[in-house]
Design a protein around this ligand. Structure first.
Ligand SMILES: [Zn+2]
Ligand SMILES: [Zn+2]
Length: 270
């Protein structure tokens, strides 16, 4: 089945340290692909907010998005988003940032443990992967508890590097209780779960989280799903969204969500 209502709620421009293209190029790519709604969610890593210039990136990103919203308003809906990395590592700054901008959509994510490099940069040889994942899931619980975001991004992110790139097997059974706990917190706080499709184009070959976790979210009473390609390049805009929507549908969801002014709006999966 080919879905018609395509939305991509996770994209990065060159205002992200790892982004590559100006916002107009990303918008043009999305229009060309017939996407209805997109959200720009440039990185703001709260644990290095001022130290690494994320405070300036946040302003540039926000201003560019507001400009693009106006320029593209007759062609595509552009949501003003932000990907808040590790907001629980500096709650005061994170809340200040959210409260001082008129965001449509806030993504909450964890890319690294405290005072540690991003999971993508760690050398896994000789590392206690189980201990690392225990700490990761603990941090995710704190993030879910904080809950001042709209969607919870790329749950199982470290597996992209541990399993996908380093081929270290992980028994996910061991973390089922943690995952249930995280999903239950999200549900109790009316938060969305993101299906991040970037893994489909990487060695891990599956979405983050995968279908089994999306199903579990539904079983536990989850209502809101967002889908995002996490594209950092124009060629990845909308990538894997069809598969992401199929996973949501298979798991029993009839719609996915976009956000306007921090309010969820349903988009039927058709
Ligand atoms: Zn991320
Ligand atoms: Zn991202």
């Amino acid at each position: 089945m080919v879905f018609k209502n395509i939305v991509d709620m996770h994209m990065h421009t060159k205002n992200s340290f790892d982004g590559n293209y100006p916002i107009e190029d990303m918008c043009d790519a999305a229009v060309e692909k017939g996407i209805m709604v997109i959200a720009f969610t440039d990185h703001v890593e709260m644990d290095y907010f001022r130290e690494k210039g994320f405070d300036k990136d946040a302003e540039n990103s926000y201003n560019d998005i507001i400009r693009a919203k106006e320029i593209y308003k007759d062609k595509i809906e552009v949501c003003a988003g932000v990907e808040l990395g590790e907001p629980t590592y500096d709650i005061k700054e994170a809340e200040l940032l959210i409260n001082s901008h008129d965001y449509d959509f806030v993504i909450g994510s964890i890319h690294n443990l405290r005072k540690t490099d991003d999971f993508c940069e760690l050398k896994y040889e000789g590392l206690d992967v189980e201990a690392l994942l225990d700490k990761y899931f603990y941090e995710l619980k704190l993030l879910a508890d904080w809950a001042k975001f709209d969607t919870f991004a790329h749950l199982t992110y470290p597996l992209r590097y541990i399993v996908g790139e380093n081929k270290i097997p992980v028994n996910m059974q061991k973390y089922q209780k943690d995952i249930d706990e995280i999903l239950s917190i999200l549900i109790s706080k009316d938060k969305a779960l993101e299906i991040n499709t970037s893994g489909l184009r990487q060695p891990i070959g599956i979405t983050m989280p995968d279908e089994s976790i999306v199903r579990r979210f539904k079983e536990l009473g989850g209502k809101m799903i967002t889908v995002g390609s996490d594209s950092h390049f124009t060629q990845h805009v909308g990538a894997g969204i069809q598969e992401g929507l199929a996973i949501a549908k298979n798991a029993g969801f009839d719609c996915v969500y976009i956000f306007r002014k921090r309010q969820p709006v349903e988009i039927e999966i058709i």
